[in-house]
Design a protein around this ligand. Sequence first.
Ligand SMILES: Cc1cc2nc3c(=O)[nH]c(=O)nc-3n(C[C@H](O)[C@H](O)[C@H](O)COP(=O)(O)OP(=O)(O)OC[C@H]3O[C@@H](n4cnc5c(N)ncnc54)[C@H](O)[C@@H]3O)c2cc1C
Length: 341
Amino acid sequence: MRFASCIFQVAVLGGGINGFCCAIQVKEKWPGAKVSIISDLYTPNTTGDGSAGLWGPYLMGDTPAGKVNEWSLGMHKFLKQIWISGDSGEAGVCLIPCVRLATGGNQLDVSWRDIVYGCRAMKQTELDAYSGTRSSKFTSGLHFVTYTSEPAKLLPYLEKRFRSSGGNVIKQKINDLEELIRNSNYDVFVNCVGLGALDLVNDKMVHSIRGQVSRVKADWIYYAILDESFNGNYIIPNLDSVVLGGTHQENNYNLNICPNDKSFIINGCQIHLPGLKHAQHLKDWVGLRPGRKQVRLEMEKTYNNKILIHNYGHGGCGVTLSWGCASEVVELLQKSMKSKL
Ligand SMILES: Cc1cc2nc3c(=O)[nH]c(=O)nc-3n(C[C@H](O)[C@H](O)[C@H](O)COP(=O)(O)OP(=O)(O)OC[C@H]3O[C@@H](n4cnc5c(N)ncnc54)[C@H](O)[C@@H]3O)c2cc1C
């Protein structure tokens, strides 16, 4: 029995942040297994590559809060490991102060406050300082410290870690999953194709949440500032640039830079931080978040008793959820292997 000897073969579909986290955890759990990632795109061309990679639950539909907390805690712990391992510079992991701000009756989600460090409610004097030149000042806010893990740096780091453990990276588009399952030697498939699930498994619940951002050079910004209003802007420092955001347009599949969105981003962020008027503009970027009513993380038995685990639909926080979701993929696989022995 292949599972008993731990020499089974695993195909992880999708080379984004979720694919790499799953592939690494499976390979590190079962070093004898042959693990391959199959994907048509890799870094720097995945959805995460232009994002700031700020830790924080955001745009994940009705995914149960307990699950979101469990998965995002898993990533927070993983980032802490990297932070104290000496790899943080290479992996693009930074520990930074962050404020999430609201006006009027808007309530801030606080379900994650015990995961981040030192989360506390802000006083009005502090809120005034973050209100910039806004006509209405922020009326509530949370101040805390958390991680950014810039995917453009984290993904190459994860790829190196996966390859050095013996993992295999294949560049290929999968057009027919059923055919791959029937005609290949893989025993296990982990589906991390994000928005690709729309075509690959015909999941009509998956949809795009378009995000446009700009990057500027502003070495004097050390804080992540997030306006939690529906059309609020955000400012998140990374290692070599600062991300200014951003849009969240449901069912919009346009990958082109939109000038109106750019004005909204640049002007909106300058209201928070007028000094941004002097920042050098580096680039604009658009990514399509894999939105879904809920993250799909479940297993199904398929042809010839092979195992298929779905792990996609992470919306606006696929980086935040990735390591924790990958741990659950490993648990599901372990359970199903035990039942086969
Ligand atoms: C502007 C913006 C800002 C963001 N900021 C943050 C943030 O600060 N923090 C955070 O946690 N999240 C953030 N996100 C969300 C995050 O980027 C996504 O949730 C995450 O990247 C999704 O990762 P994934 O691996 O599931 O999917 P993807 O990165 O989309 O990867 C899917 C992979 O599957 C491959 N694929 C698809 N179909 C096929 C097929 N048929 N055959 C072969 N390969 C296939 C693709 O090529 C790709 O490699 C942001 C997103 C955007 C757009």
